[in-house]
Design a protein around this ligand. Sequence first.
Ligand SMILES: CC(C)(COP(=O)(O)OP(=O)(O)OC[C@H]1O[C@@H](n2cnc3c(N)ncnc32)[C@H](O)[C@@H]1OP(=O)(O)O)[C@@H](O)C(=O)NCCC(=O)NCCSC(=O)Cc1ccccc1
Length: 160
Amino acid sequence: MVNSPVLKACEQTEIDLSGAADWEPFDAPALVGDSLRFVSGDSRGDRFRARYYRDAEKHLHARFWLGPEAEGPPGHAHGGAVAAIMDEALGLAAWAAGYPIVVGNLNVSFRNMLPLKKVVTVESRVVSVEGRKIMVHGRIFRGDKTFAEAQCLCITIPGR
Ligand SMILES: CC(C)(COP(=O)(O)OP(=O)(O)OC[C@H]1O[C@@H](n2cnc3c(N)ncnc32)[C@H](O)[C@@H]1OP(=O)(O)O)[C@@H](O)C(=O)NCCC(=O)NCCSC(=O)Cc1ccccc1
């Protein structure tokens, strides 16, 4: 049961996570199952709310909203919350490109503090494939402000 008035207000608020006109909704759980629930599994939660999309070139995008439960510095996202988004979104980008992977290495640069209760966009791109090593780059931004950038080395799972 939620007791805090701040959290109650969030739970009751619809957040607009709609995508750009040329994006198609992407059913991430259908591809990778429950392993996404840590970050994006609770569409009415007070930590993360997310929706995934793919553009015409099949690049993965996401709209994310971070609520009060993701707080680090006052009013802003915890670094671990930002890293968790990168881990999920960039790993998922590799899966969506056809590579069943786990993340082997994730390098996150925190460029600006990310405000809570604002919708931000995550963009991602598979930049190289070398044997089992899939390199994915990503960025979290809103308008012309970048909050974080990441390089994610994904390793394909043998036998998948
Ligand atoms: C599987 C592996 C990553 C690699 O082990 P093995 O199979 O024994 O393979 P091996 O060690 O032979 O490496 C192959 C090649 O790769 C290279 N390389 C490897 N690592 C690194 C590195 N760190 N840095 C640099 N390079 C590295 C290595 O040098 C080699 O290169 P080479 O061919 O010689 O040129 C293992 O360490 C592991 O399970 N780690 C835990 C992963 C984990 O728990 N992740 C978190 C959960 S997943 C998640 O949350 C995301 C998610 C989101 C959405 C949806 C789904 C998931």
